[in-house]
Design a protein around this ligand. Structure first.
Ligand SMILES: Nc1ncnc2c1ncn2[C@@H]1O[C@H](COP(=O)(O)OP(=O)(O)O)[C@@H](O)[C@H]1O
Ligand SMILES: [Mg+2]
Length: 223
């Protein structure tokens, strides 16, 4: 199992107010799976995704990802865990505006200490495979939403993470680009064996072989 979560809870505190965002969520996800986390806005999808990716900590519960016990990790260990194991894809792409597509995609490799020249070669090859060869020197504002999201997916996958977390990855895209991005993620899942966990409120994205977990007001169940 790549992910084993047991009884995860998350309570946010805003002043005196307590918001229970997750109520004892347990799940297991095997390596190579393509998993959807669905449910209406505010049900806890992003919260759970952030916990599974080591971006935030549970209020209680146990969580192991790729053999690593996240709830026991220090901040430094969590940072290293994310860098080595996780790629993130966001609704609004989160590319660095001052860098072109190629430079954005090299960043995770540079963060790992890879030689810049070697990083650029690997990034260029990946962008070519994704049909973005003619867009490499473009800044994000010179790219369409669909192109930006494909660059963001390249950036997420270039370091060969075990796991990619995508939070509403098609939330800002039209139907044609939504289909292109979903196809790309499914192809990468099959060709590279990367596990995907995709949070969405859009059930139309779900493919017939995908696994689905539903969240309702912080309660998780497998469909
Ligand atoms: N940082 C935060 N501080 C306080 N409340 C939060 C925070 N993040 C999320 N919440 C609350 O937790 C609940 C779940 O939010 P979220 O995980 O973002 O849901 P979803 O991604 O399904 O829309 C919501 O009630 C939301 O308002
Ligand atoms: Mg969300």
């Amino acid at each position: 199992m790549l992910i084993i979560a047991e009884e995860l809870t998350k309570i946010y505190r805003r002043g005196q107010e307590k918001i229970v965002a997750l109520r004892g969520a347990s799940l297991q996800i095997s390596a190579g799976a393509f998993v959807f986390l669905v449910g209406p806005s505010g049900c806890g999808k992003s919260t759970l995704l952030h916990l599974l990716g080591g971006m935030d900590r549970p209020s209680s519960g146990q969580l192991s990802v790729n053999g690593f016990a996240l709830e026991k990790a220090s901040e430094d260990q969590l940072t290293r865990f994310r860098r080595e194991n996780i790629g993130f894809v966001f609704q609004f792409y989160n590319l660095l505006a001052s860098l072109d597509a190629l430079e954005n995609v090299t960043l995770p490799l540079l963060a790992r200490g890879e030689q810049p020249r070697r990083a650029r070669l690997v990034a260029a090859e990946l962008l070519e495979q994704m049909g973005l060869a003619s867009r490499m020197r473009h800044k994000p504002e010179e790219l369409s939403g669909g192109e930006q999201q494909r660059v963001a997916i390249a950036r997420a996958i270039i370091g060969r993470p075990a796991l990619i977390m995508a939070d509403e990855p098609t939330g800002d895209l039209d139907i044609a680009n939504t289909e292109a991005v979903m196809l790309l993620m499914h192809n990468l899942n099959k060709s590279m064996g990367v596990t995907f966990v995709v949070a969405t409120h859009n059930e139309a994205l779900i493919g017939k072989d995908d696994r689905v977990f539903e969240l309702h007001s912080g309660e998780l169940r497998q469909r």
